[in-house]
Design a protein. Sequence first.
Length: 270
Amino acid sequence: MSSPVTAFDSCSRISPYLAYGCISVRETYQYAEKIKRSLGLKNSLWKRSINSFTGRLRWHCHFIQKLEDEPELEFKAMHPMYDELDRTNNEKFFKAWSTGNTGFTMVDSSMRALILHGWINFRMRAMLVSFATNHLWLDWRIVAEYLAKLFIDYEPGIHYSQIQMQSAVTGINAIRIYNPIKQAVDQDKEGTFIRKYIPELKDVSTSNLSCPSNEPLLIGDYPLPIVDEAVSRRQAAKKLYDLRKEDNFNDIAKIIIKKHASRKTRKKKV
């Protein structure tokens, strides 16, 4: 789920079939459990992997239920106070992000891969949303609509809940703002994924693929970063955390937890 280098071969890739009803969650779950039973006690690593997989099937249903309970989540932030933020519709930023030309290689290679294949792994999806809505401060609704048109496994219930979580507007989830430079180092150490989808950088050294602007004479037409990563991340985090300090924020969050949080989360909060 984390590395785009291995994800295309290692993930199940059945999400489009689940989204369109070609295969049911029940059938998938029962088959996964059957495989787990057949592995025996010596395959504990595989068992953990399958347990993780079946856990995601449960989350699949949980998130779909959220939208059924509150259809307005397609248009309104789960925590209404986040709709008051001054997010922008900067056309320059949106075009750069939506075409894979932000100057941040992991963002751009992920977006280009998504445009080409209609699929990208979970962590890169989260990073694409986080970067657009936090570093670029774009409205999460515009981001959601664009990605919905690209994902071949688009499922509204999962889509809008995840968009809101990664945009940090639910009010009940941890605020996570992915550092795209760190993601490039952590998830594509050899630069395999980045070189595949950004051929302009073929002459850049592997050590600088996370920050190709360090070798400006070798990047050709590839753009320089459109924002200062550290500055934009800090600014977004401050706005998001400051809102949580305002009066009534926690009172509203408690209502959201009661309605939308998992049983485990509700027990912890109580």
